[in-house]
Design a protein around this ligand. Structure first.
Ligand code: TYM
Length: 327
């Protein structure tokens, strides 16, 4: 069976973009692949985090995974920081990754620009991500398009390591959905919907009040043409709403264009809000049901037991091949 793996950072409530880009895909393929889903808490500390908030966010993200339809019987779910082998493997990979490669990562360039003083963890972040993926020999990595470059780097590192030390890693592929590859900000649809956006009106979070969600969608930036047509260059706002509608309903872009060919933007936005709210309400109901249940801990205990074994084996194999042994 092919393997699929992804992780999300526990930095505040996840957005509709995170949901569509990563979680919905995990749900879609969870019957087909051996699935691993983790909470990327080690990645989150590449920028400053409040420790109390971080632990709350870890628990909340776990509950959201389940609420979004991730089946704990079909997915191995765990917390990255509980598995010490990720950081260990990452170091071995770091010493097989070039400074130049990391300097070319667009996310690093963007994020480092925003900080006066950034950590070296922000720079080496993609190597830890490679470790997460390669430790489990993942074939597929469901991500939004913003993480594609990192998965490609993981491929390059794996190919290099295999060549140098012998066959060790499966070469992973990013799994990017057709619609919703990148959900854009509702206020500024030329930039991606991001948790860290300055203007929260452009960002839908899965635990937002549904009335607030409706307001955000009704207030989304559009254009003056009044035609519901997919044209990301000239009509980024409407195209983004079409993408969201398509990702939630599974309707094709052309079917959506036909369905709304005689609608004005107000009518279209109302329908987008309806489908988004319908989906998010189900998630919120389930979330409230499980956030305080003991099963969350059981899920994590099971996940860490399995993943520690797998990652340990990979780490030992790497060490052995690299010459870390007594002779
Ligand atoms: P993170 O936490 O920034 O984002 C989680 C997932 O959501 C996707 N995403 C989006 N997709 C569509 N539209 C958007 N506006 C949008 N914003 C975010 C991201 O592409 C991602 O798939 N480094 C990763 C976490 C990670 C990881 C890994 C992922 C750590 N190790 C190994 C896969 C495999 C991250 O920071 O994602």
């Amino acid at each position: 069976m092919k393997k699929m793996l992804t992780g999300l950072q526990p930095t505040g409530v996840i957005t509709l973009g995170n949901y569509i880009g990563a979680i919905k895909q995990m749900v879609k393929y969870q019957d087909e692949y051996e699935s691993y889903l983790f909470i990327a808490d080690l990645h989150s500390i590449t920028v400053p985090q409040d420790p109390t908030e971080l632990s709350k966010n870890i628990k909340s993200l776990l509950a959201l995974y389940i609420a979004c339809g991730i089946d704990p019987n079909k997915n191995i779910i765990f917390i990255q920081s509980e598995n010490e082998y990720h950081a260990n493997i990452s170091w071995l990979l770091e010493c097989n990754t070039y400074y130049g490669e990391l300097s070319r990562m667009t996310q690093f360039k963007d994020k480092s620009k925003k900080q006066v003083n950034f950590t070296s963890g922000l720079f080496t972040y993609p190597v830890l991500m490679a470790a997460d993926i390669l430790a489990y020999d993942a074939d597929y990595v469901p991500v939004g398009v913003d993480q594609k470059q990192h998965v490609e780097l993981a491929r390059d590192i794996a190919i290099r390591f295999n060549k140098k030390y012998g066959d060790t890693f499966t070469i992973p592929e990013p799994l990017i959905s057709a619609s919703g590859t990148k959900i854009m900000d509702l206020v500024d649809p030329t930039k991606k919907m991001s948790k860290s956006s300055d203007n929260q009106k452009g960002v839908i979070r899965l635990l937002d009040d549904v009335n607030v969600i409706r307001k955000k969608i009704m207030g989304a930036t559009t254009d003056s043409e009044m035609i519901v047509k997919f044209d990301p260059i000239n009509k980024p706002g409407i195209s983004n709403l079409i993408n969201i509608y398509s990702a939630i309903t599974n309707m094709s872009i052309s079917d959506i264009e036909s369905k709304f060919s005689t609608s004005n933007y107000g009518q279209f936005k109302r329908e987008v809000a309806d489908v988004v709210i319908d989906e998010i309400t189900k998630i919120q109901n389930k979330y409230n049901e499980i956030i305080n249940s003991d099963t969350l801990n059981e899920i994590l205990d099971n996940g860490i037991k399995i993943t520690r074994e797998i990652a340990k084996k990979k780490f030992e194999d790497m060490k052995h091949k690299m010459g870390f042994m007594r002779v």
